[in-house]
Write a protein that binds this ligand. Structure first.
Ligand SMILES: C=C(O[C@@H]1C=C(C(=O)O)C=C[C@H]1O)C(=O)O
Length: 332
C-alpha cells in the first residue's frame, strides 16, 4: 500500500516499521534538480514563500524497494508494484519541444521498466502565467508539448493520469509521477466539468492531458478497496472559470467539484462501488494565488476537511490567471 505524508521542516524521517521510502519532493525555498540521495529519489521545487510553508512530500510503501536509478535526466525508484519518478525541464524560451521530449523519456522509461500505468502526476511550473519568447503563456506552451507526447505514446483520455499543473516560484518545470505495474485502475471524470482533455481551443493550442481523478484498486477484492487520487481542482464549471473576482465563491465551487467527483453517485457511474465525502480525504494540498487570501482559504478548508492527516498550503500562481484557489487530495 502506497501512502504519502507532508512532513514539517526539520522533522527527520520517522522510521516506521515495515515501511520504505519510495520518493521525496521538497516543496521548499529553492529549485533542486532531481537526484538520488541515500538511495531515495529526491526532487526540490521552489513552492514555499517562507520557511513556515516548507513541506516534504514523502511517499512510502509497505514493500521493499527493488531498484533505484537515473535515466535520461529522470530519477526513479520501484517496488514490485509501484514506480516513483521525478524529472526537471530547465527554463527555456519555448517549452513545447522540451516538454514533449521529457514526457517521451517518461513513457519510454515506464515501458522499459514495466510500470505502464501512470496514475498520478504533478507539474510544478515556473512563470506559469508569463509569456514564452513567442508571446504564448508558459502553461499553454507546456500543455502543447505534453499533449503531443500523449498523442504519440499513450492512449487517449481513459489512460491519462490524474494530475496537477500549478505555478512554482522557481524556474522551469519540476515534475514527478507515480505508476503501477498492474493494479486495476479506473479514470474518473466529473459531470460538473468537461474533461480537461476536451477543453476548447480558447485555453490554448492543445488541451491539458489529465483525468479529474484516478482510482487504483488495492488488495484482492477487485475495485471494492482502493485509493483515490484527486487532481488539482478549481472553480471551473463546464470549461469556464466561475466567480473570477470572488475568492469565497471560487473556493466553494472547487470544494463542491471535489465533493461531487468523489461521491458514490459519480464513482458508481464509473464502475467503482464506493463513495466518499470531503471528510474522507486524508492528504490535501491547497494553492492560493494571493497571499492575503490565505486566511480565508484556510478557514474554508479546515471546515471542509475536518480531519485530514495532512494539509499543506502554498501561495503560488495557478494555471489560468483568473483562478484564485486550487485544491487536490488523496484518499488512501
Ligand atoms: C485546475 C485545472 O487544471 C490544473 C492543471 C492541471 C494540468 O495541467 O496537469 C491539472 C490539474 C490542475 O492542477 C483545471 O483545468 O480544472
Amino acid at each position: 500500500m502506497l501512502r504519502c505524508e507532508y512532513t514539517l521542516p526539520g522533522r527527520t524521517p520517522v522510521d516506521q516499521p515495515g515501511r520504505f521510502v519510495l520518493g521525496e519532493v521538497i516543496y521548499g525555498l529553492e529549485d533542486a534538480a532531481p537526484l538520488i540521495r541515500d538511495e531515495i529519489p529526491v526532487l526540490g521545487s521552489h513552492m514555499a514563500a517562507d520557511p513556515s510553508e516548507v513541506r516534504t512530500e514523502r511517499w512510502t510503501v509497505d514493500q521493499p524497494i527493488r531498484g533505484t536509478g537515473t535515466d535520461n535526466g529522470l530519477v526513479y525508484s520501484f517496488t514490485d508494484d509501484f514506480l516513483f519518478c521525478a524529472g526537471y525541464i530547465p527554463e527555456q524560451g519555448l517549452f513545447t519541444e522540451a516538454t514533449r521530449e521529457a514526457y517521451t523519456a517518461v513513457f519510454d522509461l515506464v515501458e522499459r521498466l514495466g510500470y505502464p500505468s501512470i496514475f498520478r502526476m504533478w507539474n510544478l511550473i515556473g512563470r506559469i502565467n508569463a509569456d514564452n519568447s513567442e508571446g504564448l503563456e508558459v502553461y499553454r506552451d507546456f500543455c502543447r508539448g505534453r499533449a503531443q507526447a500523449f498523442e504519440l505514446y499513450a492512449a487517449q483520455g481513459e489512460d491519462m493520469p490524474s494530475a496537477t499543473g500549478i505555478g512554482s516560484r522557481g524556474q522551469g518545470v519540476a515534475f514527478y509521477f507515480l505508476a503501477s505495474r498492474s493494479a486495476a485502475r479506473v479514470n474518473i471524470e466529473n459531470a460538473r466539468q468537461i474533461p480537461a482533455y476536451n477543453y476548447p481551443e480558447q485555453y490554448g493550442p492543445k488541451p491539458p492531458s489529465f483525468a479529474r481523478a484516478t482510482y487504483l484498486a488495492t488488495g484482492d477484492q477487485g475495485l471494492g478497496t482502493g485509493a483515490l487520487y484527486i487532481s488539482g481542482t478549481a472553480g471551473i464549471l463546464g470549461h469556464e472559470t466561475v466567480h473570477a473576482d470572488d475568492l469565497d465563491k471560487q473556493c466553494r465551487v472547487a470544494l463542491e467539484n471535489i465533493e461531487y467527483l468523489i461521491s458514490r453517485r459519480n464513482l458508481s457511474g464509473h464502475g467503482v462501488p464506493r463513495g466518499y465525502e470531503l471528510a474522507d480525504v486524508t492528504q490535501v494540498k491547497v494553492y492560493v494565488r494571493h497571499r492575503e487570501d490565505m486566511p480565508a482559504v484556510r478557514a474554508a478548508c479546515e471546515e471542509a476537511f475536518p480531519n485530514p492527516m495532512d494539509i499543506a498550503y502554498f501561495n503560488v500562481d495557478i494555471c489560468r490567471s483568473d483562478l484564485l484557489v486550487e485544491i487536490e487530495g488523496v484518499i488512501a
